[in-house]
Ligand binder design. Structure first.
Ligand code: FES
Ligand SMILES: [Fe+2]
Length: 420
C-alpha cells in the first residue's frame, strides 16, 4: 500500500483519493482489522427488533458475523457468531427467539449470556472417548463484544479501550439520534440492497450534499431538496468521522427564476415531469424544528435518515472490495395513527433499492466501481466547497467526504496531510 501514500494528499486545488482504495484487497483487509474490529462503535440493530427476552438477530460488523440478543434478565448482549468448538457459524437464522444457542455441528450449547452449558459426550460413551479432565467449560464461553444502546439504537465494539459511545458520537450526533428516537418506534420492514461496489463509495455518497440536487431528478424536480429553495447545513463531529446534513425550507417561497438560472443546464431539473399520483408526496409536519431532511452518516457503518416522513436506518455490510449490502430498516412510531402509517408506507417508495430518490445512489456507486477497476493509481478530486473538511452552513460542499478520508487514513495509519 506504500506506493499509494503519495497521491493521498491535499493540494491547493483539492483533496485526492487514489482509486486503489476501492479495489485492492489489501485495503479491505486493513479496514476489517483497524476500522470494523478496531477503535470504533458499529451499529448492530434497534432494540425494537429485540423486544423480548431470548430474542436474537444475526448481523455482521464489516464482514465478521455477530449475534445480538437480549438475555433472560433483559440485558443486551453481542457475541461473535462463532462456535468456540471448531468455529462453526453458531446462529444461521436472521432472527428468532431461543433459550440457548445450540451449534448444529456437534451441538455445543451456549446460554444467552454466552456461557458454555452443554457438550454432548463430554464424559464419553460407555467409557470410550470423552473430554480430558483439564477441559473446563468456563474457558469456552462465546466471544463477547462491548454493547451500548442510545435511545434504542444498539452499537457494539470489538475494542476494550474505545471511548464511550456518547463521546465517540459527539454531542450533535447524540442529539440527532435523540431527536429521531424520541419515543417508542414501530419497525415497518427491511429492504436489502446488494451493490457491486466498494462500501466506501457509499460512505462518500452519504456525506455528499453536492450531488443531492444534481443526481436525483426526483429530489430536484419535485422540490424535496433543491439548493435554491431549501437551506442546508453540513456539519461533522469534532473528529470529522460522522457527517450530519440537515435541510429546511427557506422562509421565502421558491423563486422560479432562481431555479431556472441555477438549474438551467442540469439534467435532473425538468419541469416537464409531473406526478400522476401526487399523494406519494403527501406528508405531515412532525418535528417542531422544521427540518425536513436529515442524512446522518455515522462512522463506519450506519446512516440515519429522515426524508420527509420516511425514517430509516441503513446498515452497510461489507463482503469484498467490490461488494457490500445496505440493510434498510424502516420505522415509524408506536403511536402513529392509521393515516400516518399509510403516509410512511407510501413515502417508502422514495427510498430503498428501487426508491424514486435512492435508486440513483446505488447506481452511482456501481458506475464508479466499474470505471476505476484498473486505474488504482489515478485519483479523484474533492474540491467543491474549497477542498477542506470544514463545517458549512450550506450544502455546496464535499467537506464531509474529506473528513471521512482523513479519519480513514488515521485508522489505517496512512499518510494524509490533513489527517495530522
Ligand atoms: S463446531 Fe460447534 S459444536 Fe463443533
Ligand atoms: Fe443521493
Amino acid at each position: 500500500m506504500d506506493q499509494f501514500k503519495k497521491p493521498w494528499t491535499a493540494s491547493p486545488d483539492g483533496y485526492r483519493v487514489p482509486y486503489a482504495v476501492f479495489t485492492d484487497q489489501a485495503y479491505y483487509d486493513q479496514e476489517q482489522e483497524h476500522i470494523f474490529r478496531g477503535e470504533t462503535w458499529s451499529f448492530v440493530g434497534l432494540e425494537a427488533e429485540l423486544p423480548n427476552k431470548g430474542d436474537f438477530k444475526s448481523t455482521t460488523i464489516g464482514d465478521t458475523p455477530v449475534i445480538v440478543t437480549r438475555d433472560q434478565t433483559g440485558q443486551l448482549r453481542v457475541f461473535k457468531n462463532l462456535c468456540m468448538h471448531r468455529g462453526a457459524l453458531l446462529v444461521r437464522e436472521p432472527r428468532g427467539n431461543v433459550k440457548s444457542f445450540d451449534c448444529v455441528y456437534h451441538q455445543w450449547s451456549f446460554d444467552l449470556t454466552g456461557a458454555l452449558r452443554g457438550v454432548p459426550m463430554r464424559r464419553g460413551v460407555r467409557g470410550d472417548g470423552g473430554m480430558p479432565a483439564a477441559f473446563d467449560m468456563v474457558n469456552f464461553g462465546l466471544d463477547a463484544l462491548r454493547v451500548e444502546s442510545l435511545n434504542g439504537v444498539i452499537f457494539a465494539s470489538f475494542s476494550r479501550t474505545v471511548e464511550s459511545l456518547a463521546s465517540y458520537l459527539g454531542a450533535e450526533i447524540v442529539e440527532t439520534i435523540q431527536r429521531i428516537f424520541n419515543r417508542p418506534i414501530r419497525i415497518m420492514g427491511d429492504y436489502h440492497q446488494y451493490i457491486h461496489g466498494n462500501w466506501k463509495l457509499y460512505a462518500e455518497n452519504t456525506r455528499d450534499p453536492y450531488h443531492g440536487s444534481l443526481l436525483h431528478l426526483f429530489h430536484n424536480t419535485f422540490g424535496i431538496y433543491r439548493a435554491t429553495t431549501q437551506s442546508g447545513v453540513s456539519h461533522m463531529d469534532a473528529t470529522k468521522r460522522h457527517s450530519l446534513l440537515k435541510v429546511k425550507p427557506y422562509a421565502a417561497t421558491s423563486n422560479e427564476s432562481d431555479d431556472n438560472e441555477v438549474y438551467k443546464d442540469v439534467r435532473s431539473y425538468n419541469t416537464e415531469f409531473h406526478l400522476q399520483d401526487a399523494s406519494v408526496l403527501a406528508g405531515r409536519k412532525e418535528f417542531d424544528d422544521g427540518v425536513t431532511l436529515i442524512i446522518n452518516a455515522i462512522f463506519p457503518n450506519l446512516l440515519l435518515q429522515q426524508i420527509a416522513n420516511t425514517l430509516a436506518v441503513r446498515q452497510s455490510v461489507t463482503y469484498a472490495p467490490d461488494a457490500f449490502e445496505i440493510v434498510w430498516t424502516l420505522f415509524g412510531y408506536a403511536d402513529d395513527d392509521e393515516e400516518m402509517q399509510m403516509i410512511r408506507m407510501k413515502q417508502a417508495n422514495l427510498i430503498g433499492p428501487a426508491g424514486l430518490i435512492s435508486m440513483e445512489d446505488g447506481e452511482a456507486v456501481e458506475i464508479v466501481q466499474d470505471a476505476v477497476v484498473r486505474d488504482g493509481k489515478m485519483t479523484s478530486i474533492l474540491a467543491m466547497g474549497g477542498g477542506h473538511s470544514c463545517n458549512t452552513e450550506h450544502m455546496i460542499t464535499e467537506g464531509p467526504i474529506i473528513g471521512f478520508w482523513e479519519n480513514y487514513c488515521r485508522y489505517l495509519g496512512l499518510t494524509s496531510e490533513r489527517a495530522e
